[in-house]
Design a protein around this ligand. Structure first.
Ligand SMILES: *Cc1c(COP(=O)(O)O)cnc(C)c1O
Length: 360
């Protein structure tokens, strides 16, 4: 027996984990600096850790109240109706729920190239097809309305990422408005704000009062340091928010995840420290890496190093894991996540040593 023809589907290529690299190299994972997956180098909020411990004895029940509590808390946070908040297993889950809600077989999506691969994967899982709009190194990966509209041809869903992964470039708020107004009535504009905590550009979420063709994705995986728990959400217009009940996997996010997310939302100090560290580190990376880099609104910096896979392998042998961007279609670039003030300078030294050797 065989599954259906899956040849159009390709596996997600994640950044390498510290434990798998440590096993390969026979090293202690604690001796590695992992700057490959844009995680929070401070880890989760201590309040979230307490919530996880407190929830542990209660995981025998389905997460009903906790789901409701998290949705309501997020609605209060964003000043929207609770129905507009679609709690999901990671922002990836929100991408799937939007695919389920919007795509008929054969419908097309428009996604950035380079870009986050899950937009395309999810569309294909849901029997959609994919077209892309190019982001070009020649103009520093600029994200303007025309970047998207030049390629736009009536697709059912259009994805924009701001700040963008892996380039760090942003769309202005005006650009998002222009896009929402320029696409056809049947096109959903999905604004992925996975890294929005790290930038000063305000969220698009309040524009949902004005536009009913925009959805915004957010996650607890990045600035909130809860990547291992898989909690994210979409915020959608009130007009079609009730589609959630028809497309969600029952009990989408776990009891532990919801309780940890609720606690994390209350810990402003941890978020502030996280954002402050990331802003320091991205300046440090840009000033000190011996390679061309791009301005970033996220907690990472893209650097042009030549042969990215050779560079990433060499830094890894010296305990610094960075993201080889070949799978993004940028085989000459690595993406370096922001570490702490303690780990970042030594990591930069390691990367620079490798660059000196590779070039020499
Ligand atoms: C990390 C990331 C996400 C989602 O991550 P989850 O862990 O599924 O919440 C979504 N979009 C982009 C661009 C990302 O980098």
């Amino acid at each position: 027996m065989q599954p259906r023809d899956l040849s159009d589907l390709s596996p997600y290529v994640p950044g390498r984990g510290a434990e798998e690299v440590a096993r390969d190299l026979g090293m202690d994972p604690d001796d590695l600096t992992k700057l490959s997956s844009n995680e929070n180098p401070h880890g989760p909020s201590p309040a979230a850790v307490d919530a996880i411990r407190e929830t542990a004895p209660r995981v025998g029940v389905y997460p009903k109240a906790s789901h409701t509590d998290l949705g309501e808390k997020l609605a209060a946070h964003w000043d929207c109706a609770p129905e507009q908040v679609w709690v999901t297993p990671g922002a990836d889950g929100a991408i799937d729920y939007l695919s389920r809600a919007f795509l008929e077989p054969g419908d097309r999506i428009l996604a950035p190239d380079p870009g986050f691969s899950y937009y395309q994967m999810s569309a294909r899982y849901h029997h959609g097809t994919v077209t892309t709009y190019p982001l070009s190194k020649a103009d520093d990966f600029a994200q303007t309305p025309d970047t998207v509209l030049d390629a736009y041809d009536g697709e059912r869903m259009v994805y924009v990422t701001t700040p963008h992964n892996p380039t760090g470039a942003e769309f202005s708020r005006d650009a998002i408005r222009t896009l929402a107004e320029s696409v056809d009535d049947h096109t959903l504009l999905v604004v992925d704000e996975a890294y929005a905590e790290y930038t000063d550009t305000p969220s698009t979420i309040d524009l949902l009062d004005t536009y009913d063709n925009v959805a915004v994705l957010r996650t607890f995986s990045k600035a909130y340091g809860l990547a291992g728990l898989r909690v994210g959400y979409g915020v959608v217009p009130e007009a079609w928010a009730d589609a959630y009940a028809r497309v969600n996997t029952p009990f989408a996010a776990s009891e532990v995840g919801c309780r940890a997310a609720i606690a994390a939302l209350d810990d402003d100090d941890h978020l502030e420290k996280t954002v402050e560290t990331a802003r320091w580190a991205r300046s440090y990376l840009r000033e000190n890496l011996d390679a061309p880099t791009w301005e970033s609104g996220g907690n990472f910096v893209l650097a042009e190093v030549g042969g990215a896979s050779a560079v990433a392998e060499a830094t890894q042998r010296q305990g610094v894991i960075v993201r080889d961007c070949s799978s993004f279609g940028l085989p000459e670039c690595i993406r370096v996540s922001c570490g702490t003030r303690e780990t970042t300078p030594a990591a930069v030294d390691t990367i620079n040593d490798v660059l000196a050797e590779v070039v020499a």
